[in-house]
Ligand binder design. Structure first.
Ligand code: FCX
Length: 435
């Protein structure tokens, strides 16, 4: 496997640097931490080392230094006019280098081959769940059920040298990523299409195949799926799905356990489930106002009522970003190019015109701008993928690319178990001299 050899060559000097930093520079002070940082979700506290991507509050995400608009130009594509293949961003996040067409083809072929290894019991486990169990329950259950195949645990038990843990991690990650589209499509067809399943087409790319297996087999739907899989793939290390995957992986739990932890986090409404909740919010608005095409004044009133009830407006705000999310923008540009007249896209535009001011008026929301989830569901819907509960699963399939790449690097760096310190309320009160 030339990719594995290449990875090891890149990683050896970096792992040495990590060891050197700990040994020789371990006492270097890097930051002061305030009371409010700890009590409001550790925002801004540097406590993780992540190499796959970095999030700038103003500019948004960069993958190994490249922004999404840059990647749209430089990553390999199938069609000149199309979207980059997610295989390319995986290669970039893994190696730190831009892939050639051959590298991308190699990964496509690897994944198509490895995808064939899903054990039959995984489908039995899915089938044992009620059809109306949320697709994220089915997805995550399937991920755990697949961990019977983990090479990591076997290698650990036979006494592998810990320097080599990255190798079975890599194998597990490649297997797992290869199989996620099949699992996601299986759940989709089970829940929404009477179990009428569509086999994978090994000649297709990873994202194209997902659209195909879901039954959305047009070139347009495949193009959308490639974009979707590209932009959701990573958002540096501190977001809930990435952090949870990393944390659980630090106990040397295998890649399936680790990723499953991340997916449990993605299923929360403040994280990935927001993409489904946005659609509920929009549809409830249409029902309550009694029209499919509400005016901006009506949307403003509905948004204000949402806040008055103590609810969040899904798709808006962010823990790090302080500008419109470039992942929102790239989808909006895509929508304006290919489906400008889609009713949901028109609504997204109208909502974008009024909601930031409504949030700003609260005086407390740190970022009033839309995030990735404010539009992704409307875009999928405009392409005929109208079943909202599958949206977070699609997010999860994509998110695997980043968080699992980082898991390989965690093992290449030889990072230890993660164990921050906790204190009780009295300790914090003492620090503040508060009685
Ligand atoms: N609607 C209403 N209130 C909001 C809000 C929104 N969209 N965004 C923030 N606030 C509120 C917070 O709830 C908090 O209120 P409180 O002081 O009464 O507890 C206050 O504003 C300050 O929060 P802030 O520091 O700006 O935001 P946080 O870092 O705490 O939270 C999220 C960030 C993303 C969780 C928050 O903006 C939110 O709940 N947004 C809606 C859900 C959503 O879209 N999530 C998806 C995010 C992301 F892109 C993803 O992971 O997919």
């Amino acid at each position: 496997d030339y990719l594995k050899e290449k990875l090891l060559q890149i990683a050896i000097p970096k792992a040495q640097k990590v060891r050197q930093l700990v040994k020789e520079y371990g006492d270097v002070k890097i930051q002061d931490v305030t009371m409010s940082q700890v009590l409001t979700g550790m925002k801004g506290v540097v406590s993780l080392m992540t190499c796959t991507s970095k999030l700038d509050p103003e500019e948004g995400i960069r993958f190994r230094g490249y922004s999404i608009p840059e990647l749209k130009n430089i990553l390999p594509k199938i069609h000149e006019e199309g979207e980059p293949l997610p295989e390319g961003i995986f290669y970039l996040m893994l190696t730190g280098e831009l892939p050639s067409n051959d590298d991308v083809r190699y990964i496509s072929e690897q994944w198509a081959q490895r995808a064939q290894g899903i054990p039959p019991h995984v489908y039995d486990v899915i089938e044992a769940l009620p059809k109306d169990a949320h697709p994220m329950i089915q997805f995550n259950t399937a991920i755990l059920a697949m961990s019977t195949e983990s090479q990591f645990r076997k290698a650990y038990l036979i006494g592998m040298d810990k320097k080599n843990y990255w190798d079975p991690t890599y194998e597990g990650v490649m297997d797992l990523i290869s199989r996620l589209p099949i699992i996601a499509a299986y759940i989709y067809r089970r829940v929404f299409h009477q179990g009428d399943h569509i086999p994978p087409d090994p000649s297709l790319d990873w994202a194209g195949n997902l659209a195909h297996m879901m039954g959305h087999d047009t070139e347009d739907a495949k193009r959308l799926m490639r974009l979707y899989m590209l932009i959701h793939s990573d958002h540096e290390g501190g977001n809930v799905s990435a952090h949870a995957t990393h944390l659980v992986g630090s106990a040397l739990s295998n890649p399936y356990y680790s990723f499953s932890a991340g997916m449990n986090g993605l299923a929360g409404p403040l994280h990935g489930m927001a993409n489904q909740d946005v659609m509920h919010w929009i549809n409830k608005m249409k029902r309550e106002i009694g029209t499919d095409d509400p005016s901006e004044a009506q949307i403003k009133k509905y948004a204000e009522e949402t806040l008055a009830k103590g609810h969040v407006i899904p798709g808006y705000g962010h823990a790090v970003l302080r500008k419109t999310d470039p992942r929102f923008q790239v989808q909006l540009d895509f929508a304006n190019k290919y489906v400008p007249y889609a009713p949901y896209i028109k609504l997204v535009n109208k909502i974008y015109n009024v909601v930031p001011d409504v949030l700003l008026a609260t005086g407390k929301v740190k970022n009033p701008w839309p995030n990735v989830d404010a539009i992704s569901g409307s875009l999928l819907t405009s392409y005929g993928i109208t079943e909202f509960p599958i949206y977070t699963v699609l997010f999860g399939v994509s998110r695997a690319l980043g968080v699992l790449t980082q898991l390989i690097w965690d093992r290449l760096y030889g990072l230890p178990i993660e164990r921050p310190k906790s204190q009780n309320l009295g300790w914090f009160m003492d620090k503040a001299n508060l009685k």
